[in-house]
Design a protein around this ligand. Sequence first.
Ligand code: 8IG
Length: 278
Amino acid sequence: MSTQTESHPLDDPATDPFAIAALAAEQIAELTGVDHHDMALTLGSGWGSAASLMGETTATIPATDVIGFSKPALEGHVGTLSSVLLPTGKRALIIGARTHYYEGHGVRRVVHSVRTAAATGATTMILTNGAGGIRETWTPGQPVLISDHINLTADSPLEGATFIDLTDLYSKRLRDLARSVDGSLDEGVYCQFRGPHYETPAEVQMAKTIGGHIVGMSTALEAIAARQAGMEILGLSLITNLAAGIQKSALSHEEVVQAGKDAGPALGALLAAIVAQL
Ligand code: 8IG
C-alpha cells in the first residue's frame, strides 16, 4: 500500500513533467490496450455516471497504476482511468481521478492528467466540475458552459518564461456545438479559488464584481495546461449550489453530493450527445 509521503516523480523540480506524462501515456496504452485517444474528459463532482452513457467502456484501470497520478483525496471522486469506444468509432479517455490544488501537492500534479491526456493523442479536452453559482437565476442541478475564467490561485502550471495566449481558452466552437445539443445551456465566467473552504459571502461579491459567475476549485489551472498542450477545450460546470450569500442557507458538502447524484443521468445524456459530434 503506497502512502502520500513516499517520493513522487513530479515533486523533483529536475524531472520534466512532459516526460512523465509521455511515460504515463505509454502505460495507459499498455494497460487499456488502446494506443491512441482522440479526446479526454475529466469528470468532476456530479459528472461521474456520465461515462457509461457515452459508449462502450472497454477498460478501466486504477489511476494509481499509472506514473504521476496521486491517490484521490475525496470520497466520491473515483480514482480510475477508463477508455470508452464511442459510437462514432472515436476513443475517449475518461479521467475520474482529479488531483485538486487544495490537496497541496503542487500544480504539476494537478495538471498531470491533462498533460497525460494530450500525450495519449487527445486533441479535445472536456473539463467538467461541480461548482457554486453566482447568478441568481441558476438552480442547483443545472449545467452551464464555462466561457472564460479568472484564476485566483496565484499559481500557474507553466514554468519559467512560458508565455501562452489564453484568448478563446474555452473554445467558442465547442460552446456553440454544446448549445446545438442543448439550446438552454447558459454560460459564465469561472473563478477558481484555492479552497478547500468555500467562499465567504464577501468573497462571492468580489468574484461577482470582477466579472465572475461560477466559483470552483479546479478547472482554470487544468485549462491553462490543456491550452499549453495544444488541445481545444470545453468547460462545463454543474451548479450544485448557489454560492455563499447568494443562497440563503449554509453550504453543505452533502447537498453538493446529492445535487450531483440527481443530475447524473441528464449530464450523461448531454455529454454523450456532445462527444458524438466531435
Ligand atoms: I461543488 O460554492 C462546489 N465547489 N469555490 N465554491 C467553490 N467551489 C465549489 C462550490 C462553491 N461548490
